[in-house]
Design a protein around this ligand. Structure first.
Ligand code: ADP
Ligand code: TRP
Length: 320
């Protein structure tokens, strides 16, 4: 099994990213050969400030290493250290039907949120397909919102293979349905672009404040409450043990407990969960040479896998 995932350095990572992608990807790293990259070419579709691109890329590197990425097991690299992906994206572009991209939700969603409607943003699923196919990934752990892009990737790989011969491995998405969509503090999908996130490495006090402001309904303290429709509970269950979950659900249903109490318990769990990661992140931040060395070694490993695929792809289409 060859596992690959990537994340855009386009803002501070949050617990939606953590449960939707980071944790599942990190758990898979013991089960096969793993590749994880910082999608900096992709970030250019939304971030035009070079200093911010650099800052967020560095943040993502620290965040993943702090959360348990093991550089011995996982090739961790910057997308831009593998510039061949843009070449492969071009080879895929010329066989990509416009209609396939026109059906993708992400372009419409992102332009509706104010991102400029550029060709890069429109064609981004093709670059994502190249990211995956260039290292012959078999399993791609992502959140549910990326499912459509995996379908595009599979479509393009099949189409290419059918026309030119077997060059690409057809990947499978790995989507954890139990955590498929983490709600933000306003109840919408948690997302950097909705200003509703709880950051993984935010200031602990500010995080607690944000949690205390999570939107709930207005059921009075004494009345029974439904855990299954409550944003606070939806987040609590991600951090809690089975017992803690059952206990809090029982107190919701019994009545006599306010949402404030549930929020306080959630804040405690969030704080305890990320405390060891925070300490590790501080140590890593003080050692930039180590982080650079990890990324350089990861890039070498990814290149070795990628150059072989590129060679075959170039031959297949007639460029050699
Ligand atoms: P954002 O919406 O904050 O910009 P991205 O689109 O960069 O996040 O997503 C990075 C990864 O995290 C993807 O694999 C995505 O599926 C996952 N992800 C993002 N937000 C959530 C969420 N609220 N719930 C579950 N997974 C998420
Ligand atoms: N599109 C993904 C996101 O926005 C990031 C990404 C780019 C990715 N290339 C990838 C994820 C390849 C998995 C595999 O979250």
């Amino acid at each position: 099994m060859r596992i690959l995932s990537g994340i855009q350095p386009s803002g501070k990572l949050h617990i939606g990213n953590y449960f939707g992608m980071m944790k599942p990807a990190l758990e898979l790293q013991s089960q096969g050969e793993a590749f994880l990259f910082i999608a900096d070419y992709h970030a250019l579709t939304s971030t035009r400030d070079p200093a911010l691109v650099r800052e967020y890329s560095r943040d993502v590197a620290l965040d993943f290493l702090a959360c348990g990425l093991d550089p011995e097991r996982t090739a961790f690299y910057r997308q831009s250290d593998l510039p061949e992906v843009t070449e492969l994206a071009w080879m895929l572009s010329v066989i990509t039907p416009m209609g396939l991209l026109e059906r993708c939700h992400s372009f419409k969603d992102k332009t509706a949120k104010g991102l400029p409607a550029t060709h890069g943003l429109f064609a981004y699923p093709v670059l994502m397909a190249a990211d995956i196919l260039i290292v012959s990934a078999t399993v791609v752990p992502v959140g549910r919102d990326q499912k459509q892009h995996l379908e595009v990737t599979r479509d393009l790989a099949l189409k290419f293979n059918q026309h030119y011969g077997e060059v690409f491995t057809i990947p499978e998405p790995s989507i954890r349905e139990d955590v498929a969509l983490v709600p933000g503090v306003d109840g919408q999908k948690m997302s950097k672009s909705y200003n509703n996130t709880i950051e993984i490495f935010g200031d602990p006090k500010a995080t607690r404040k944000k949690i205390m402001k999570i939107v709930t309904d207005s059921t009075p303290v004494e009345d029974p409450k439904n855990p299954d429709t409550c944003n606070v509970f939806a987040l609590y269950r991600l951090f809690a043990t089975e017992e803690q979950r059952a206990d809090l659900a029982g107190r919701y249903r019994a009545g006599g407990m306010g949402y404030g109490q549930a929020k306080k318990e959630l804040a405690d769990l969030v704080d305890a969960h990320f405390q060891p990661f925070r300490e590790r992140r501080e140590a890593l931040a003080a050692d930039p040479a180590y982080v650079d060395a990890v990324l350089a070694a990861g890039a070498n490993k990814a290149r070795a896998a990628a150059l072989d695929v590129m060679d075959r792809a170039r031959h297949a289409v007639g460029l050699r």
